[in-house]
Every structure is written in C-alpha cells, then in structure tokens.
Design a protein around this ligand. Sequence first.
Ligand code: ADP
Length: 623
Amino acid sequence: MVERLASVTHELRTPLNGILGLSQLLLQMKPTPEQREYLEMIRGSGVTLLTVLNDILDYSRIHGVGLRLDSEPFHIRRWMRQCVKTLAPQAHGKGLELAYWVEPEVPGVIVADAIRLQQVLVNLIVNAIKYTNEGEVVVEASRLERNGDRTWLHFCVRDTGIGIPRSRHQSIFEPFAQASSRTSESSGLGLGLAISSEIMHHMGGVIRVESEPGAGSRFHVEVPVRVSSDVDEEERNAVSLDGIRALLIDDSEVTRVLLERQLRLWGVEVTATGHAEAALAALSLDSYSFFLIDSQMPGVDVFALAEEIQGRRALPGVLMTSAPEHIEREILRSIGIVGQLSKPVAPSQLLRAIEIIRRGQPVQKTEEVPPSALDPLPLQGLRVLVAEDDPVTRLLTVRTLEKNGADAVAVTNGAEALRMTWDDGFDAAVLDLEMPELGGLAAARRIRLRERASGQHLTLVATTAHGRREDRNRCRAAGIDGFLSKPFEEMDLVRAVQTETRGEIFDRAAALKRAQGDASLLSELVGGFLTDFPQDLAILASEMDRQQFSRIERLSHRLKGSLLTLAAERAAREALDLETSARGEDAERCRVAFDRLRAELHRLEAELRSLSDCPPHLGIGTR
Ligand code: ADP
C-alpha cells in the first residue's frame, strides 16, 4: 500500500515540478502586474499541493513501515537559527514578532536526527504563525536533565494566537484533525501534528499542548538526545564584554527581554526601552557604547530618533530589520547606523556586530547580500550535462542552468549520459534517478568506476521525485556528490552544482583569520599538515582494512579539526562524513567516505603546494 502510494505521489510530483519551475521562470521574464499576480497564484497553489502531497506520503510511510531515524552530530544553535530564520518572512509578513532563545546550558553539539527534529519544530512554528493574527511567536530550547552523555531537551513554541479548546488537546495529534472549523488560514490537511507526534514517538520523546481559546498556545516537545564531545565554535557564551553598555530600543517586549538576557550573559550593561522619549532620557543620564534599534516601531519615526541620538551623543547604532529593506548605506551612516541585523537577531551575529563596533570599524550587513548585477553569474564557465527523461523537467533544468551562466547539454537517459561523459569536457552532471534503461544510480556507479582508472572526478548531482531519505544514502554510496528532491527551487540547483564544483579547497583568508592574522603561524600550520597528513592517511587506511571503527572515528575526528583550522572546508566535510559513518559502523559508507576524503586531501595538498612555491619534500608555508 505504502509503495503504491509512493509511486502515485511520484507520478504527481514530476508534473508538479514542471508547474512550479516553469511558473518561476515565467515570473522572471518581466510579466505585467496582472500576469505576475496569476503566476504567483499558480505557484502558491502548486506549493500548497506539494505540502499536502508530502504530508500524505510522509504520514503513510511512517505509519505503515515505521521510521528509520538517522543520528548525526549537529550544532544545535546553528540548527535552531536556521529553523527559525527561514520562517521569519512568513511571521513578519503577518506583522508578528518572531524571537528565539537557547538556554546557555543546552549543549553545543548533540547527536540526533536533525532533519526529523527540524520537521517537528518547523511544523510547530508554521502552525503558530498560521493561527496567530497579532502578537508574537517565541521558540525556546532548554535542557531538562543530563545523565552522562544523554540529555533531555525541551523545546517550547508559544504564540499569542486563537488558542485551542481543552476538549481538543488530545485529538489534534490524530490524523486529519482540525481543532476549529475551517478558516481561511487552515489550508492544511490536519496531518502536521499527527506526523510530529509519530516522529516524537519514534525518538522516545513527547509532544503536548497547553492552550485556552483566545489565550494563545504553548506546544512542548521533550526529547532525549546524545551529547557530543565536540564544541561549537559559534557558541561563545563565555565571552566577556565587560564595560560595554548598550541602549536597546524595541517596542516588542519579548525581543527586549531576550536580547537583554543575551547581552547581560556576555557582561554587557543594558538599558532597554520601547519608547523614543525614554531612550532619549536614558541617553542624557548615562553613556553608552552603542545603540540597537528596531526599524519598525508603531508611532516612532525610527530614523528621526536615530538622528536625534546621533545629534546628542554620536553613538554607533545597529538597526534590526524585519523586512528586506534596502536603505542606502550613506543615509544610514549619516544617522549613525553602522550595521544591520535581520530579526530574529541571532546571538552569533549580534556578537560579531559588537566586536566590530569595538574595533571601530563599520559593520557590514551580516546577512547574505544578493549578488549585484555586476557579479559574474554563479555557474559562469561550467559545462553541465543534464540526464532527464521527463521533457518538462529537462527543459526546466537546462534553462535554469543556462540562465545562471552554465553551458548545459541535455540527454534523455543514463546510457547516453555515460557515453557523453567519456568526453572530459564536463564539470558536472545532473542525473535523474528514475530514468528508463539506465537510471542515475547505475550511471553514477559506472562513471565512478571508470574514473578509478583516470583519476578524474566529475561532479554528480542526483535529482529524484521520490522524497525518500534512504535515496540520499544510496546516492552517497554510489559516489554522487549532491542530491536534490523534486520539485527543487532554482537556487537549490544552482547551489548544488556550484558548491560541489566550486567549493573552496582552501580558503586562505579564513585560515589566516583562524591563525589570528599571523601569516608565519599559518605557514607553520600548513607545513605541519603537509608533513603529517600522509602518515595519518596511511594509519587510517590500515584501520579501514581492519574495520576498527572506533579508531577510524577518532582519527577522522582529529583530522577534521586540523582541516577546519586550515579552513579546508571540503576536506573537513569529508572527514566528518567518515567520522559519522565510522560511528554508525557502516563499512560500506566508510569505504566511500574514505575514498572521497583521500581524493580531497590530495587536492588540498596540490593546492597548498601550488601556493607555497616550494618543492614537495620541503612542504613549508604559504605565500
Ligand atoms: P493543519 O494545520 O494542517 O490543519 P495540524 O495537524 O498541524 O494540521 O494541526 C491540527 C489542528 O490543530 C489545526 O487544524 C488547528 O486547528 C490546531 N492547531 C495547531 N496548532 C495550533 C496553534 N498554534 N494555535 C491554534 N490552533 C492550532
């Protein structure tokens, strides 16, 4: 039954991919306002349909064949930031405040199924936004108890929305349940909480709700996880900013409370207020190092206020924004604003902004800046093969690649892909997994086999309409580098092709930063690495032969550490993969990961030597 359903949803996903992708392409072709409106409606309906489809498939799969949980180490603060930040536009679009907080005692790195946990949390946040018309949505993480390397984490998502009657507190976790009669907001099927509850059940955790109609809701998730001994470099609660004083101006009480808590944790003295007059009064009583101001406060002209502050005290200011506003830097400068942070403000970004202010340099916009028209296209100069049997998806993939600068060539099956890639002029191939005759997996395996003799490495990105998680592992095992689930967004495709082919082998600037700007120290580190790594690799190879998983895990963990110090992100990623595979005692995955790590280390060696201008046996320094 589940398999039948999976193939039906697969049949639905492929045309849906065409609808979503082509409407996106049309949207970029300067439609008239009316056409744009219709296209956005088509896209919006497509996205809704896709969510419904995914929910049905996911629920029936979990319910039918159960759930296989992965366990991998992840940085919980970064993970949380990602979960919350991606939903900020939705919350801000409804005028809601979105904030989050991770208690300091929550460990930096935990081992669990990050994707399933994210699914639960995101689902709760999406619901909170959906069922709240004004006020706020707050997400909090704390630690309940710790026992050796085991701990229970507690997540709470609270909102100020419509609430849920007590009589429905149990049944909303059942499939197809809706607490209230359908409203325009409740476009879902009533499966989200049922899926979340199944996931929690499999993870050994619990999910529950506290709510009253009209008084908002609090969803609690309590889940046991393993604590990793790794540390999160971003997690720097122990920094000391003693002597720094901040004036925080935001009308949202919850944001004020949480930011104040964070700043105080670092030793910053804070005065927080939601009113312009109070801010100005505070200014005349005390002296501050900087001010932090929300860009949208009802009844307050934020720019006039910043200007006034500037006139009185010439303080550097940081603007917190809820919408992607583009304000000329010169205008901001003239009113003392030296940096912008998007809400909800992530502690790591706030800290970076403060550190830059302390050094007296203007803060750049810390968020990703969209590439300007002058930047070269992201895939410029790359030759990419597309193997896809569905004509609409093929057209869409080719056009998307071309639009981003690649030279794309299309074929319709795996056998042709195999033939075409004999010619080594390709930088990457995008392979559909479900092609007739020879599918993407089989084609990838043969390409990799062939490359063993030639020593080359063609970047392979797989696409599939089956949203199955096990496919990802099968792709890894077949030597495929990137993985995309249909329907994919334009940027997902670009990023997959780009990062796999263009990822930095060695980022000298970042490495220098990690060596505290000391070039001679960096030289020493590089020299040491070049001397040591052949030995490490040899030991790893012999442990691989003997299948000594715990030794492999430790060695690759250590290697990952030195690779990260060198800012050799790609090799570090492979080392992490080997570490995780060894922890799972998965011999097949270990072998694949080891081969990839070895190839990446040799690439890194070549890169470092080309920079160091010295013969291989000397192995010292960078230019
Ligand atoms: P869906 O949102 O797709 O209907 P869910 O399983 O996610 O399905 O939620 C089931 C029901 O629980 C919703 O229809 C809604 O009535 C209620 N619900 C869930 N979250 C909230 C919330 N934060 N506030 C109010 N009602 C909620």
